[in-house]
Design a protein around this ligand. Sequence first.
Ligand code: Y12
Ligand code: CO
Length: 173
Amino acid sequence: MKLEIVEYPDKRLKTKSVEVKEFNKELHTLLDAMYPLMIDTNGIGLAAVQVGHHIRALILNIPDEEGEQPKENLLEIMNPELIFKDGETTYQEGCLSVPTFYEDIKRYNTITINYQDRDGKKHTLEADDLLSIAIQHEIDHLDGILFIDRLSSSRRRKFEKEYKKMIKERKKS
Ligand code: Y12
Ligand code: CO
């Protein structure tokens, strides 16, 4: 399955993704194709909507202490539900759908989610620090929200200007 990252300002990123109801071969093929794409593009998180599939599915692979991302650490999360949130943290976020741009975003520090794995089995996961931030970033994607939507209006204007410039430069090269 050939996948490509959908990049801002593509309107598909604004779509609210639908619940995963069938945990079948089609879902597994999609998840299996998302993983190498995420790793090859230096990503640590990727939602299905970022590859043009509007279902509530996402993958995460947070680097370990050595900066490695072994496949054993891969999390495949379907239909996540935030059931607990606490504290506050700020992190300079980036997104494969908004290349070259990083901004400080405020999130909950600690969260608990319920979710289903690729076979539909239910799990509960407590997360803090980078994992918590990454989960919140990816859940936002499922609701059609990008991290740039969380910027103040002045920071957003600055972003739009810089991003347009980046796209222009990229077209030249
Ligand atoms: C903390 C904050 C946000 C997340 C969400 C997941 N974000 C990513 O995986 C971002 C990846 C990323 C990778 C880049 O590298 C390449 O594209 C080669 C990148 O660099 C450029 O665009 C030049 C930007 C973002 C998780 C945790
Ligand atoms: Co993202």
